[in-house]
Design a protein around this ligand. Structure first.
Ligand code: ATP
Length: 549
């Protein structure tokens, strides 16, 4: 049967999000948090299918980042940390959106969004045009505050982490000492983050509580690479198809390019098509002051900003930033603990360099440290002394590593996968007549349930018993679901809506009642093509594992 798919524009984009939100609730992907009390803006719960989807995302990220690599180790740090961490990271002073208050309606609005925000009193006008008097913009910090211990005082203030990354920097030395790694290497972490977003919106896209998957990949400063390898490779000189490249001559630009390629490949491996992904290189005026470059991976959700021709631009799934040695340097200054590493190869290479090369590299390294100290607000004389000391240490093999940070959101990816998978087409009902169906075309790897097992009829004990046996056979290997309620067509429809790629039906052939050669075989129905294969029960685990990998 010809399939009418979402890709053929059977679902108007304007409606698409409403249909997706309704499916997510109906099928148990995503619920509003605290719904029985009217909900709480910006917080979402994941139901039985949603939690499986999220777990798959996290597991696949963890595998790609840690299990399949020798050079990345994991960390699971606390959500509440010493408040000085957020002073050092800059979040206490600068992690804020400028806000204005309206004296008439008493609303508080983001200063940069006045022209897009409807006036609560006169919704036909925006806040920029209404006649309410506004205050000057004031910063509104996005961190959630709490107090630690029984006394609610200023000294006991702590914050719920607004990102997982800072814990990695704070534990950098401890991990380095215990994990037997050396630069270049990375530390990966998955966990909750909290931001008191001023305007949570677009469903789960901008939430106040969400999960991040972050990697801090520590690399040598370019001056060290040059001392060791003789020169730093340009990004177009590196071969991204080589599974085990020699990275000795890779500077931060090569590593950034490498990580962008790795991450794009990973998103494609989850079924997001290249055409819906955008690699956006931030312009110099968009960069955070410490970043040398930042590449956002955008996904074309059914919502979001559009270009002049009305095309969706895409919204951020992940940011990959070259953050220099800023974060570790900050923690070194604020904690008083050294964040330097000793690099034996640098020390050995240094001794063999010609004096003019030594002096050129030393002075470049000194300059970059001086720039950092001056930007960080150290008085010039002290900054010069600190930079001199760092440059001297550098010549003996010591430096603060630089970092490339791929930082992704679990919730945004879950939403992207659902939006991408959503489709409507037609499928035959039990009489063979076409009827509309909603189907989530998940890549099997991310699908919450991999296989559903049905006895053809619920009231035949021999069918039910065999179906339970098949279910027990499959469940240790993959997320399986047993269903005997309702007509078989209805059961298929339910699994299509859940995005289950395979349904296994136990029928009278399985019992050998029709043809002896079909005894102990089952029907395996594939979600997208609706093709049915006859498979021996003894071969079923292997057959399915091959397809869901
Ligand atoms: P945005 O510009 O959309 O606010 P950001 O640039 O502040 O995002 P980062 O600080 O780079 O985001 O965080 C890394 C990732 O964490 C983002 O790419 C996104 O996937 C996720 N993330 C950040 N804020 C939120 C949020 N409020 N809700 C859900 N996910 C988020």
């Amino acid at each position: 049967m010809a399939q009418v798919t979402n890709k053929d524009a059977s679902v108007p984009t304007a409606d698409l999000m409403d249909r997706i939100v309704s499916l997510c609730k109906r099928r148990g992907f995503i619920y509003q948090s605290s719904e029985i009390y009217g909900g709480i803006n910006g917080f979402w719960d994941y139901g039985p299918l949603g939690v499986e989807l999220k777990n798959n995302i996290k597991m696949l990220w963890w595998h790609a980042m840690t299990r399949l690599r020798d050079d990345v180790v994991g960390l699971d740090a606390t959500i509440i940390m010493h408040p000085r961490i957020w002073k050092a990271s800059g979040h206490v002073d600068t992690f804020s959106d400028p806000m204005v208050d309206c004296k008439k309606c008493k609303g508080r609005f983001r200063a940069d969004q006045l022209a897009e925000t409807p006036c609560p009193l006169k919704p036909s006008k925006t806040v920029a045009e209404c006649d309410g008097e506004k205050t000057e913009p004031r910063p509104f910090n996005l961190m959630f505050k709490t107090t630690v211990g029984p006394i609610e005082s200023e000294e006991n203030v702590a914050y719920l982490r607004p990102e997982t990354a800072q814990a990695i920097f704070a534990q950098f030395k401890t991990v380095l000492e215990t994990a037997r790694q050396k630069v270049p290497f990375g530390i990966a972490q998955i966990g909750k983050a909290f931001r008191n977003e001023v305007t949570p919106r677009n469903y789960t896209f901008r939430s106040r509580e969400f999960e991040q998957m972050e990697l801090e990949f520590f690399i040598r400063p370019d001056e060290a690479v040059e001392a060791i390898a003789g020169r730093v490779l340009e990004p177009d000189e590196i071969d991204l198809t080589d599974p085990r490249p020699d990275t000795t001559a890779w500077g931060w630009k090569a590593w950034l390019k490498y990580w962008v390629a790795q991450r794009m490949r990973w998103y494609e491996s989850l079924g997001l098509p290249r055409a819906k992904l955008v690699e956006y290189w931030q312009k110099p005026d968009e960069l955070a002051h410490y970043a040398k470059a930042c590449v956002d991976i955008l996904f074309k959700f059914p919502f979001g900003k559009r270009d002049a021709s009305g095309e969706l631009i895409g919204e951020e799934l992940e940011g990959i930033a070259a953050r220099s040695d800023f974060d570790l340097s900050q923690h070194q200054r604020f904690s008083g603990r050294p964040m330097t590493v000793f690099d034996e190869e640098l020390k050995n290479a240094w001794g063999k360099l010609a004096p003019d090369k030594q002096s050129a590299l030393r002075s470049r390294y000194r300059q970059s440290r001086l720039d950092y100290y001056l930007k960080a607000g150290e008085p010039p004389e002290k900054a010069r002394a600190l930079a001199d000391a760092d440059a001297e240490a550098f010549t003996k093999g010591y430096y603060i590593p630089h970092v490339i940070e791929p930082s992704a959101g679990v919730d945004r990816l879950a939403l992207a996968l659902i939006c991408n998978a959503y489709d409507e087409d037609t499928a035959p009902d039990e009489h063979g007549n076409p009827e509309p169906r909603v189907v989530l075309r998940f890549q099997p790897r991310v699908a919450p349930v991999k296989v559903a097992v049905f006895p053809l009829l619920k009231n035949r004990p021999a069918l039910v018993q065999k179906a339970r046996e098949v279910y027990e056979l499959l469940r240790p290997h993959m997320k399986a679901f047993y269903d005997d309620a309702g007509a078989i067509g209805r059961r298929y429809r339910r699994q299509d809506e859940a995005g289950t790629p395979y349904c296994v039906t136990i029928d009278f052939e399985t019992l050998g009642e029709k043809a002896p050669e079909l005894r102990d075989t089952v029907t395996v129905r594939e979600r997208d093509s609706m093709r049915q294969d006859r498979v021996k029960i003894s071969e079923l685990v292997g057959y399915l594992l091959e397809k869901i990998r």
